[in-house]
Design a protein around this ligand. Structure first.
Ligand code: ZN
Length: 237
């Protein structure tokens, strides 16, 4: 293996092939809702019931989706790196749990996770597998009705940015998979990785907004591209 520290960034494109519909930037809608209504603190303040119901439905829909060959290939790459003493970090912008279910371990959900709830009272989080409503109880402070989806909304700061920035400074390979390259700060990761001297690759359906910043750009479906790419990396001499 020529690389000692790999960072993978994934976006909606990898989950779309598992049947998870995503926010469409073109019309500003996510499952027929305006994004500002269901993915902003202001929207939550205006209509808590609507926002809770929206994420309850998304959470429930996860049980109908399965990880696809791209998710599985990333788990295999992580195992390979661990066995060979390398570093591997998977950063996802997705809020589904398909990477976990594929077996990925060193994983950051920078935009939060549907299977987690955040207490607005004590600011601690808890695993969340069922619906959240006004009767839901925080398991830490026991406050009723204080839980919200543990999702990073527009205007909020993505999670674990310090850890991500430190990893970007150390990696020698940065790979972006299934992401439009339009949403910051994730869209800026490729520039940071390049700055520190990493090789950069994108595996995407279409060229992303930052396509010119990648050393190599391979276009196609993640479920085909990612397993082939992982195989080429782990089977090299
Ligand atoms: Zn609490």
């Amino acid at each position: 293996m020529q690389f000692k520290s790999i960072i993978i960034l994934t976006g909606a494109g990898i989950s779309a092939e598992s049947g998870i519909p995503t926010f469409r930037a073109a019309d500003g809608l996510w499952e027929d809702h305006r994004i500002e209504d269901v993915a902003s603190p202001e929207g939550f303040a205006r209509n808590r019931a609507l926002v809770q119901r929206f994420y309850n439905l998304r959470r429930a829909a996860l049980s109908k989706a399965e990880p696809n060959p791209a998710h599985k290939a990333l788990m295999e790459l992580e195992s390979y790196m661990r066995e060979n003493g390398g570093e591997f970090l998977l950063i996802t912008q997705n809020v589904d749990d398909l990477h976990e279910r594929a077996g990925s371990q060193n994983l950051i959900h920078m935009h939060g996770a549907l299977k987690s709830a955040l207490c607005t009272h004590c600011e601690r989080r808890q695993p969340q597998h069922s619906d959240i409503d006004e009767r839901s109880l925080c398991e830490h402070c026991k406050t009723k009705g204080s839980l919200r989806p543990d999702i990073v909304w527009f205007g909020e700061v993505p999670y674990q940015m310090g850890r991500i920035e430190a990893a970007l400074a150390r990696c020698d390979l940065f790979v972006s998979i299934g992401t439009s390259g339009a949403v910051y700060p994730a869209a800026g990761f490729v520039r940071a990785a390049r700055h520190y001297g990493a090789r950069t690759i994108e595996l995407n359906l279409d060229p992303s907004a930052g396509s010119a910043l990648f050393d190599d750009s391979r276009l196609g479906k993640a479920s085909a591209l990612v397993p082939a790419w992982v195989k080429s990396l782990t089977h090299e001499a």
